[in-house]
Design a protein around this ligand. Structure first.
Ligand code: PLP
Length: 392
């Protein structure tokens, strides 16, 4: 598993900032661990593209993982074009045209309600058959009505959630029309949480697990985080295979765990100003480039920096946008910050480049890879005015 560190051997003074930089050796470390969990558990692990869609590294990822899961047609098209393997796709509500296109190539289409299954499952199977995609499978996302996610915007089982059908809303006839039961109820959690969710899932749906051949335990498994109990996960998956011999495959679909601690974000100090405190203006933006810092919210790690007051010089770090709240937080440093100093943020590969915006006309960061073995720094993408213009 990768732990957060500055990419080894990279000379940041040569990096054009801001930039997301994925360390290929760290990514491979995570992938090796995930492949081992796959092998030991018999589960198949899919990359959830929502969290990490950097297709420039898909060649490396699909050496280890054999499929992806998408949140809709556009991610699924990316999966088909750049990843291959099993393409799974879920959406809270598919539009007919999208469904017709997906049915031609998707391995599994997961619906969110009985109505969507009734409206589209037959049509999808028919289109799949006509297009040589005979193995298309149909899933239904259900709500296990149990989660331990404290932040409501990340809790698919929060009261009033639209994600996943309630058992009480389902007529038993629907289970004869599907191949897979799917739930997703975790966020950055360990396998003990999965154990408790599975107990609730079995209580609600145990009587119909016998009617399907596949299960999907969603994402949110923090498998590559130091301290994650992978042996427990393996045991839970094996237990299900044993109790339900009809189940041919159990899927896990983490996003974050694939890219956890594999990438950094490099940014430069542009100016320093004062307003009751020392303020540094960076060439990046929290709201445009790392929105989870404001949404979650959380305090990103900066290598070499401390808590406010911990080191001699404390700064409030702010972005280049005109949003007053575009502030990353207060950090302290051994030396005063000055123009051109480079700050390196840790764990910035997942839920960053997939969430960027060009709000305020702020430019998008470079997307790059670092290979510590060959010492190659490669910019895969850089952006300018056209990306801003094309969105509006
Ligand atoms: C977001 C999401 C995932 C991936 O979650 P991570 O927290 O990145 O592991 C998997 N499945 C579904 C349905 C999701 O919405």
């Amino acid at each position: 598993m990768a732990s957060a560190a500055v990419p080894e051997g990279l000379d940041f003074s040569k990096v054009s900032t801001p930039a997301y930089i994925v360390d290929l050796s760290k990514l491979e470390e995570n992938l090796r661990l995930l492949a081992k969990v796959e092998e030991e558990s018999g589960a198949r692990i899919l990359l959830a593209l929502k969290g990490f869609s950097m297709y420039g590294v898909f060649g490396l990822v699909n050496k280890y993982l054999k499929g992806t899961t998408s949140s809709g047609i556009n991610e699924a098209l990316l999966a088909k074009e750049y990843f291959g393997g099993e393409v799974h796709v879920y959406n809270p509500a598919f539009e007919r045209g999208e469904l017709e296109e997906l049915a031609k190539f998707a391995h599994t289409i997961v619906f969110n309600s009985q109505r969507q299954v009734e409206k589209y499952a037959g049509l999808a199977r028919k289109i799949a058959g006509e297009n040589g995609n005979e193995n298309l499978e149909i899933g239904l996302r259900v709500n296990p009505e149990y989660a331990e996610v404290e932040t409501d915007i990340y809790n698919p089982c929060a009261p009033g959630s639209r994600l996943g059908a309630l058992r009480s809303e389902l007529d038993d006839s629907v289970f004869g029309k599907i191949d897979m039961l799917h739930f997703h109820a975790m966020c950055e959690q360990n396998s003990d949480v999965l154990g408790r969710i599975l107990a609730h899932f079995e209580k609600k749906f145990g009587d119909v697990i016998g009617k399907v051949k596949k299960l999907n335990f969603g994402g949110g498994h923090h498998i590559t985080k130091p301290g994650y109990d992978a042996a427990k996960l393996v045991g839970l998956v094996k237990g299900f295979y044993k109790r339900y011999p009809n189940i041919e495959k159990i899927y896990l679909e983490p996003g974050e765990a694939i890219a956890l601690n594999t990438g950094v974000f490099a940014s430069r100090v542009m100016e320093t100003v004062k307003n009751g405190c020392d303020i540094a203006i960076l060439d990046c933006s929290a709201t445009c480039h790392m929105p989870d810092v404001l949404e979650m919210p959380y305090r990103p790690q900066i290598f070499g920096a401390g808590l406010p007051g911990e080191k001699a010089h404390t700064y409030s770090l702010g972005g280049r946008s005109c949003l007053a709240g575009d502030r990353i937080g207060d950090y302290s440093f051994d030396a005063p910050l000055g123009e051109g100093d480079i700050l390196v943020f840790g764990d910035m590969a997942h839920y960053t480049m997939v969430k960027t915006t060009t709000f305020n006309g702020v430019n998008l960061p470079d997307i790059a890879t670092w290979n510590p073995e060959t010492k190659e720094y490669k910019v895969l993408k850089s952006f300018g005015y056209n990306e801003f213009k094309s969105r509006i």
